[in-house]
Ligand binder design. Structure first.
Ligand code: 4NP
Length: 145
């Protein structure tokens, strides 16, 4: 799960997918394309919205996406078009490029819709992001099942 700062959208996506996939043999992690928040906990508003749905983000710490992630992960979900473009520019070959997907394409095939960046808004933006990611992660789990 990859966003820009790894403190708002991708920590939520990680927490939601982990929560829905405890019966599956998958490893879920998140990262940011930028390094501004390396080592930080998720944004307090992300922690709060997750807590409302009984998901605990307190143990997550932000990290930056690295080229090693192309070896370690089968699927790399970008939260928005900028993250998608940044990830594509980091990829070296088609095998790596083919791993990169827009997460909301799980809901609307080929729509290339972005999860809106909630960083500069209020708590209602986080609620909206939570609901979008919850639906997308539900779809991901049912596909894997
Ligand atoms: P995220 O949100 O990419 O969903 O973690 C943001 C976090 C930090 C910043 C922008 C977006 N920032 O500019 O610091």
């Amino acid at each position: 799960m990859v966003c820009l700062g790894n403190i708002c959208r991708s920590p939520l996506a990680e927490g939601i997918l982990k929560n829905k996939s405890t019966h599956l043999d998958i490893y879920v992690d998140s990262a940011g394309t930028a390094g501004y928040h390396i080592g930080n906990k998720p944004d307090a508003r992300a922690i709060e919205i997750a807590q409302k749905y009984n998901i605990d983000l307190n143990n997550q710490r932000a990290r930056q996406f690295s080229r090693k992630d192309f070896d370690e992960f089968d699927i790399i979900y970008a939260m928005d078009k900028n993250n998608y473009a940044n990830l594509i520019s980091l990829a070296d070959n088609n095998e790596e490029r083919n791993k990169i997907k827009m997460i909301l394409n799980e809901l609307n095939h080929d729509s290339f819709q972005s999860v809106p960046d909630p960083y500069y808004g209020g708590q209602e933006g986080f609620e909206k992001v939570y609901k979008l990611l919850d639906k997308a992660c539900e779809k991901i789990v049912s596909k894997i099942e």
